[in-house]
Structure formats: structure tokens, C-alpha cells
Design a protein around this ligand. Structure first.
Ligand code: FAD
Length: 402
């Protein structure tokens, strides 16, 4: 029986000083108004060149980001490997538009793949397609998509003008280069899911790449956001499509990071929200998606990307019920760096294949990622309580054992 209550294993990799810093940070994130004000003011303060870099670097950046450069991630990756925890490398730069930036990002992704191939515990890297594609181009393609475009890998480029068609071709070429490098180097590419109003062409392109590269081994993985009420069906349809086209489905299951934004936009633009009506339905959808994947492990690869204790535990229970090993070669677990160490390290201790998602990049370029983490861990989302409780429990245990 796996338990996520063992804080000694969870935080063994953190020194007392690091744990006290985490205690301070999560206590601060427990103050709702502070997070609200911080997430609004930080991007502005950085633009205005206010001297807050040092503060950010020593607090939230250190907790959730692996470093400013690829080289800087090595230290933390080495440390994690001592506890059988693997790494998903993520070049976390966001919001940079322009062809030159897209080319640079694609080159950086390939560097990450080549680097991961030299490391014993980095089996995956992740990419956001908005790092190599203009957001508005995706929006235009999404608006022209029909219900089935995403799952069937169809992209209606007839709606683009001549320049945009060339622009799109450059995008496809970038992605092909990335996937080819990944295939050559035996590194998995996880394609992140983003906002619903760009997601159809992201899914379509990802399905195309899976069809191209996932025939004998699995190179490309799509991300399925179960906070959307249509995604359990999407997962099922994706598997039918994969079987029809003879490729192996890579399915990374998440709940989803853009709930507030999605709901706000739907309300403002007067269309039905794509998000599940409540947390309970979201959890139900997520756990049913796990069940579906475990039932079809001969045809797909499952990544449980979640901080939800029940969902992680449930996956291990389903494996045990089916007499499948906890370290099944087609099941992987992952949590973000700086969150839910109790899940990661206890899963690793039980022999599961588990990783930390390790973003890296210059401080100013990973701010959107950091702001999402602050919101996710604020008292509003209800996550901090659990995290803080575990950190305090471990500090007390260490205090007693001095
Ligand atoms: C390795 C990894 C990769 C990730 N990649 C992506 C990605 O590509 N795209 C992406 O969008 N996210 C991604 N995430 C982020 C992830 O979406 C959030 O960390 C996740 O939603 C938090 O949920 P949880 O599964 O940890 O469980 P919990 O903490 O139990 O659930 C919280 C989540 O439930 C949902 N939720 C909360 N309240 C409600 C409600 N009232 N109604 C409906 N739903 C509700 C929201 O999605 C919320 O984030 C990734 C996470 C990990 C660990």
C-alpha cells in the first residue's frame, strides 16, 4: 500500500534551510490578497525595471524553476536521480512572438533533446506550440476547425492567405525537425495543451506528428485537459483514430491550467463554458480517463500528470488490481518541480516511473509560468494548505530528531 504521508522521504532531498524557505514561500502564497496583487503587479514591475529580480530569484523562481539555463538544471536533475526521480525538461520561455524568436525556440528545443539524450534520467522534454507559432495564426485555424478536426489531424489551411500559408509551412518544418531529433535521440516530446480557442490545430498537428513518429516506439505525446467536459470523449476518439491509422497514442492526462481564463472568456463572449461545471465532475472525468488508459495499455502510453493524491493512488491501485507491475513500461507519473514532493518521492520509493517537470529559462521569460504556479498554490485554489501542512510536519519531525 503506497502512502503519501511520509514526509521524511518526500523532503529528504531538501536541506533544513531549503525547507524553511519553502515554508516561508507557501505561507506567503496562503495569503489570497498577496497572490492577487503579486500576480498583477510583478509583470508590470519587471517591465518598469523595478529592482525585484533578486527577490523573485530567491523565492518563487528557486522553488518552481530548475535554473536560467540548461546547464543550471544539471544540479537538480542529479539530485533527483539519487532518489530514482526522473526529469521532464521544459524550456519555459513564453509569450515571445516573431519568426526569429520561434526559430530560436525550436533550436533550443533541439538542444534540450540532445542534452536529455546524454543524461540517464531525462526521458522526456515538453514543448508549448505557442513557442514556435504565432498565437493569432492558431486562433484563425481554430476558428475554421470543425468538431472532429483536432482528433482527425485535419487543418484547414484554405482560410490562410499566401503569406500565412508559408508561415504555417515554416511551423510544420520546425516541429518536424524537433520530432526527428527526438526520434533519433530516443527522447519523448510532450506537447502541452493550451487555451481552447487555439487547441484544435494544436491537437491536429500533434495527431499528425504521432502518426508520423509513433509507429514502433512512442516519440510524441498529446496533453488532454480533463477539466474540459468534451475531453474524455476526445481521448476515446483519439485512440480509435490511432488504431485506424496504426500508431501508438501518447496520452498525458492533466486537469488543466487555464480554468479562470476559459470561464471569463466564455462569459464575456457569451458561449457555453468548455469547463466542467464543478471540481467533482472534473475529478470524475480525470479518473475515468485513467481507467480508460489502463484498460488500453497495449495501444497507448499513459502519463498521469497530476498533484491529486487520489488520482495518483488510484492509478497504482488499478495496476495492482490487474496484476500489472507498478513500474509498467507504459505508465509514467509526473508532478511539477516544487509541488507535491510527497507524491513524487513516495511513488519513486514504491518503484513507479515518476518525474519532476523541470522548467528552465531566463527569469523574465518564465514569469507567466511562475504566475500560474502562484495562483495554483494560493489559498483561492486550496492547494497551499496541504503543501504547507506537509512542510510544517517535516520541519517538526526534523526538530524532534535533532
Ligand atoms: C507534469 C505536468 C504537466 C502539465 N502540463 C499541462 C498542460 O500541458 N496544460 C495544462 O493546461 N496544464 C498542465 N499542467 C498543469 C495542471 O493542469 C495543473 O497543475 C492541474 O490542473 C492541477 O490539478 P491536479 O491534477 O494537480 O489536481 P487538483 O489539485 O486536485 O485539481 C485542481 C484542478 O482541478 C480543476 N478544477 C478546480 N476547480 C474546479 C471547478 N470548480 N470546476 C472544474 N474544474 C476545477 C482545475 O483544472 C484545477 O487546476 C501540467 C501539470 C503537470 C503536473
Amino acid at each position: 500500500m503506497i502512502s503519501f504521508d511520509n514526509t521524511e522521504s518526500a523532503f529528504a532531498y531538501k536541506t533544513n534551510k531549503e525547507l524553511k524557505k519553502a515554508n516561508f514561500l507557501f505561507s506567503a502564497m496562503d495569503i489570497g490578497w498577496l497572490v492577487k496583487a503579486g500576480t498583477r503587479l510583478t509583470p508590470w514591475a519587471l517591465k518598469a525595471h523595478l529592482p525585484i529580480n533578486g527577490l523573485l530569484r530567491n523565492t518563487i523562481f528557486k522553488q518552481f524553476v530548475g535554473g536560467e539555463s540548461l546547464q543550471e538544471t544539471a544540479k537538480i536533475a542529479d539530485k533527483l536521480s539519487q532518489y530514482n526521480v526522473q526529469v521532464i525538461l521544459d524550456y519555459g520561455v513564453e509569450g515571445k512572438e516573431g519568426e526569429q524568436n520561434f526559430d530560436n525556440a525550436a533550436a533550443e528545443f533541439i538542444k534540450v533533446i540532445q542534452y536529455a539524450a546524454t543524461q540517464p534520467n531525462i526521458p522526456f522534454m515538453s514543448i508549448k506550440l505557442t513557442g514556435i507559432i504565432r498565437f493569432e495564426l492558431l486562433e484563425k485555424l481554430d476558428a475554421a476547425a470543425d468538431n472532429k478536426s483536432g482528433v482527425e489531424g485535419r487543418i484547414n489551411i484554405d482560410v490562410l492567405d499566401a503569406d500565412e500559408k508559408e508561415e504555417w509551412q515554416r511551423v510544420v518544418n520546425r516541429l518536424i525537425k524537433i520530432c526527428e531529433a527526438a526520434q533519433r535521440n530516443n527522447v519523448g516530446v510532450l506537447i502541452d495543451a493550451e487555451e481552447t480557442w487555439i487547441q484544435d490545430p494544436v491537437d491536429a498537428l500533434t495527431m499528425q506528428m504521432m502518426q508520423k513518429y509513433n509507429f514502433t516506439k512512442i516519440v510524441v505525446y498529446n496533453t488532454i485537459q480533463l477539466y474540459r467536459h468534451d475531453r474524455l470523449q476526445f481521448l476515446k476518439d483519439s485512440l480509435v483514430e490511432a488504431q485506424n491509422k496504426n500508431f501508438i497514442l501518447g496520452a498525458k492526462l492533466v486537469r488543466g491550467a487555464y480554468m479562470e481564463k476559459e470561464r471569463k472568456r466564455a462569459a464575456a463572449m457569451n458561449y457555453p463554458s468548455p469547463i466542467q461545471p464543478d471540481k467533482e465532475s472534473c475529478d470524475k472525468g480525470y479518473n475515468e480517463a485513467i481507467e480508460f488508459c489502463i484498460e488500453h495499455l497495449d495501444k497507448l502510453f499513459l502519463i498521469v500528470a497530476s498533484h491529486n493524491e487520489y488520482s495518483n493512488l488510484y492509478t497504482t491501485q488499478l495496476l495492482q488490481q490487474k496484476n500489472l507491475p507498478l513500474n509498467h513500461s507504459r505508465v509514467h507519473f509526473s508532478q511539477l518541480l516544487g509541488m507535491s514532493d510527497n507524491i513524487t518521492f513516495n511513488l519513486a520509493k514504491a518503484g513507479c516511473s515518476v518525474s519532476k517537470y523541470l522548467p528552465f529559462g531566463p527569469l523574465k521569460d518564465v514569469i507567466p509560468y511562475l504566475m500560474r504556479r502562484a495562483q495554483e498554490n494560493s489559498s483561492v485554489s486550496g492547494h497551499t494548505g496541504r503543501e504547507l501542512q506537509l512542510i510544517k510536519k517535516e520541519l517538526q519531525r526534523r526538530g524532534r530528531n535533532k
